[in-house]
Write a protein that binds this ligand. Structure first.
Ligand code: 6AU
Length: 275
């Protein structure tokens, strides 16, 4: 079957990048295409949320620069939780500078992202040199990159020919660029008439997922797991506030939401491969 209807396990066999393979295998093993986005400001809340939702997610997405009391031991703790609960780590850094600068931002500084994050992402706006810069650091470590081909926000400029160029940029670097942050499947987007794209099978990780509200009053737009996975062909639903809400101490409520999104995401996937 075409990639859209293949199982995650079948697709894992065709991916050579270690981070992409690990993500697909983890999704299959845990029967979860749910990623949690943990956008909280203290190490305590960060670790507490990850520990309770860990069993239900394939991936934990971080914004490590939000943490006020960051120390390198937080990374050790995150890695211990990743081993305990079997999830992939994605630092949502959204690199956007020249190759030399992003290589330094990725490898160095306080956070040393490349040393612990299986996946990271970048805006294609600087052109292909952003991919070569990040790849010089990440590829030898077995890391993978997602390009932001589209955004979930109202009025996003990442559309049309910009999105097409992002896909073309990815096609030229398949060893390191494993997929996109996007709102729909990208197979064949921007391809020339003589390009064979049937087997490209990019991973699509999709934020802007919520079951109870349509937006957040600050430009974010939410769609349901069914719209995202079944109707738009995306592979991973990224959910933040829809799961942890406003109070990280409400553990039971957080667990209930994580289970709910996991079930919705998986049901949408099963409906897709059976369609
Ligand atoms: O579910 P939320 O709205 O609480 O959180 C969504 C998360 C945030 C955003 O920084 C991120 O997803 N995000 C991204 C990513 C993942 O790159 C792109 C985008 O277009 N929209 C978006 O919300 O951590």
């Amino acid at each position: 079957p075409e990639p859209y209807r293949r199982t995650y396990a079948q697709r894992a066999l065709h991916h050579k990048n270690p981070a992409a393979k690990l993500l697909l295998q983890t999704i299959e093993r845990k029967q979860s295409n749910l990623a949690i986005s943990v956008d909280v400001a203290t190490a305590k809340d960060f670790l507490a949320i990850i520990d309770v939702v860990g069993p239900f997610v394939c991936l934990v997405k971080t914004h490590i620069d939000i943490i006020e009391d960051f120390t390198p031991s937080l990374i050790t703790d995150l890695q211990a939780l990743s081993a305990k609960h079997d999830f992939v780590i994605f630092e949502d850094r959204k690199f956007a500078d020249i190759g030399n600068t992003v290589a330094l931002q990725y490898s160095s500084g306080v956070h040393k992202i490349a040393s612990w994050s299986h996946l990271t992402n970048a805006h294609p706006v600087p052109g292909p040199s952003i991919v070569t810069g990040l790849s010089s650091v990440g590829l030898p470590l077995g890391r993978g990159l997602l390009l932001l081909a589209e955004m979930s926000t109202k009025g996003s400029l990442a559309s049309g020919s910009y999105t097409e160029s992002a896909v073309q940029m990815a096609r030229a670097h398949r060893d390191f660029v494993v997929g996109f942050i996007a709102q729909r499947r990208m197979d064949g987007v921007g391809a020339g008439p003589n390009e064979v794209t049937a087997e490209e099978d990019f991973l699509i990780l999709t934020p802007g997922v919520g079951l109870d509200v349509k937006g957040d009053g600050m430009g974010q737009q939410y769609r349901t797991p069914r719209e995202v996975v079944l109707e738009s062909g995306c592979d991973v639903i990224i959910v933040g506030r829809g799961i942890y809400g406003k109070d990280p101490s409400l553990v039971d409520a957080i667990v209930a939401q994580a289970k709910r999104y996991k079930e919705e995401g998986w049901a949408a996937y099963l409906a897709r491969i059976e369609s």
